[in-house]
Design a protein around this ligand. Structure first.
Ligand code: GUN
Ligand code: ZN
Length: 446
């Protein structure tokens, strides 16, 4: 790094929080780094150093630009481990549970993505919305149309974002106009992988929608793709809703469980991520942990669609990899802060206290680990890509007031995750470049 001129170095001063490991149920000193007066030093889009301002300031060159976020909190960019960009306009659709919600709202909307110009317009809005919410990496569903992924990646590449996405595979039990078939699904996925995997900061996810909408032949070919392209992700849904689970039992009568369907077709491995994981049994959880398959926990969606409650203590006991997902448009917010808040409440119903440390871990390094991208993103270790966000800490009068009463960092973080939303995002940086600046706070009324 010293080969570069210090002109490319910039330093940001503020409160600083990041994680070196899973903090578990408490506040493990080796897992959490919190600096009340911290400094984040960025060089050429990567983290050069992060620590106490008093330790790092003396070594900064005199010509280094120093950005003052003293009354703010710097965090690694949020990681959304499960979201559907084509469902941006489905968010907040009233009155149904999963299978009817798909039929009534979601499939018709995804049908509109036949039009590549519509897909491009939505992708552009969606990526801006992620940045407005401090999310810098996401694992993203497209639609069945290959061009839905092309336009998404084009817009992500233009913003230099680390994004993983894929074309949906679905060849049965859905509207005719949204079906592919095993051969075309395979061919189009392979072509997209060849075109996009590893380009810029992009990665491809082999994306069978869920076991209900793929034939055995299609799942077989999805498994073949996963073997032929081991660097890709695998992305699907599992065990979200009771009627869905029954449907899978009818469609795959030979299978011990829903998870065992995916396992039979070679779809459990590192970089495989399954949304929801609600109606699993103990053996399923063990197999997920043993195969390094990750769960994307989507509490706003699970509550909104009446799907059920993710079992945090069981997942933890099994050693499953876990990240947080917004699952828009089943989910009701793009905000990882709002998602943490709902996760806390869901955990409460299982008698498990989700600490603020663990919640912020799950939204950052935990999500990066679930996606097996933690060698690049997720915290402020030197060399990591400098995706980060700045929380305002005074975005509402109530938050400002509650934080004045907070006496510890944990209390501050907990109030932020319970009360915060996109208004908290003062700025979002991608590879060290300002990518979004929040609206300035309204002047105080007199
Ligand atoms: N299961 C299959 N497709 C979907 C989807 O689009 N959203 C959710 N939440 N679950 C699904
Ligand atoms: Zn989903």
């Amino acid at each position: 790094m010293s080969a570069h001129s210090s002109n490319s170095v910039r330093a940001y001063r503020g409160k600083l929080l990041h994680f070196l490991a899973d903090p578990g149920d408490g506040h493990d000193e080796h897992a959490v780094q919190f600096f009340e007066d911290g400094l984040l030093v960025i060089e050429d889009g990567h983290v050069k150093a992060a620590g106490r301002a008093a330790d790092l300031l003396p070594a900064l060159g005199k010509d280094v630009e120093l950005v003052d976020y003293s009354s703010r909190l710097l965090l690694p960019g949020f990681v959304d481990t499960h979201v559907h960009y084509p469902q941006t306009d489905v968010i907040a659709s009233y009155g149904t549970q999963l299978l009817d919600w798909l039929d009534r709202y979601t499939y018709p909307e995804e049908g509109r993505f036949e039009d590549a110009a519509h897909a491009a317009e939505v992708a552009d809005f969606f990526l801006d919305e992620l940045l407005r919410n401090g999310t810098t990496t996401a694992l993203v569903f497209g639609t069945v149309h290959a061009h839905s992924v092309d336009v998404f990646f084009e817009h992500a590449l233009a913003r230099n974002l680390r994004m993983v996405a894929g074309k949906v595979l679905m060849d049965r039990n859905c509207p005719e106009s949204l079906r592919d078939d095993p051969a075309t699904g395979y061919r189009e996925s392979a072509a997209l992988i060849e075109k996009w995997q590893g380009r810029g900061r992009l990665g491809y996810a082999i994306t069978p929608r869920f076991a209900v909408t793929s034939s055995d032949a299609q799942l077989e070919l999805a498994g073949q793709l996963a073997r032929e392209y081991p660097e890709t992700h695998i992305h699907s849904h599992i065990a979200e809703n009771q009627r869905e689970v029954e449907r899978v039992r009818e469609l795959f009568p030979w299978s011990r469980s829903y998870l065992a369907v995916y396992e039979r077709f070679g779809l459990l491995r590192e970089r495989a991520v399954y949304a929801h994981c609600i109606h699993l049994d103990a053996l399923d959880r063990t197999r997920m942990a043993e195969t390094r398959t990750a769960a994307a926990v989507c509490p706003t969606s699970n509550l909104f669609l009446g799907s059920g409650l993710f079992d945090f203590p069981a997942a933890r006991a099994a050693g499953m990899r876990v990240g947080l997902g917004t699952d828009v448009g089943g989910g009701t917010s793009f905000s990882l802060l709002r998602t943490m808040s709902e996760a806390y409440k869901v955990a409460q119903l299982a008698g498990y206290g989700l600490s603020p440390w663990r919640a912020f871990y799950l939204a950052t390094l935990g999500g990066a680990r679930a996606l097996a991208l933690d060698d690049r993103i997720g915290n402020f270790e030197p060399g990591k890509e400098a995706d980060f966000l700045v929380l305002r800490l005074d975005s509402t009068a109530l938050i400002a007031r509650r934080l004045r009463a907070a006496t510890t960092p944990a209390e501050m973080l907990f109030a932020l995750m319970m009360l915060g939303d996109d208004r908290e995002i003062a700025a979002t940086y991608v590879m060290g470049r300002l990518a979004h600046r929040g609206e300035p706070a309204l002047p105080a009324l007199r």
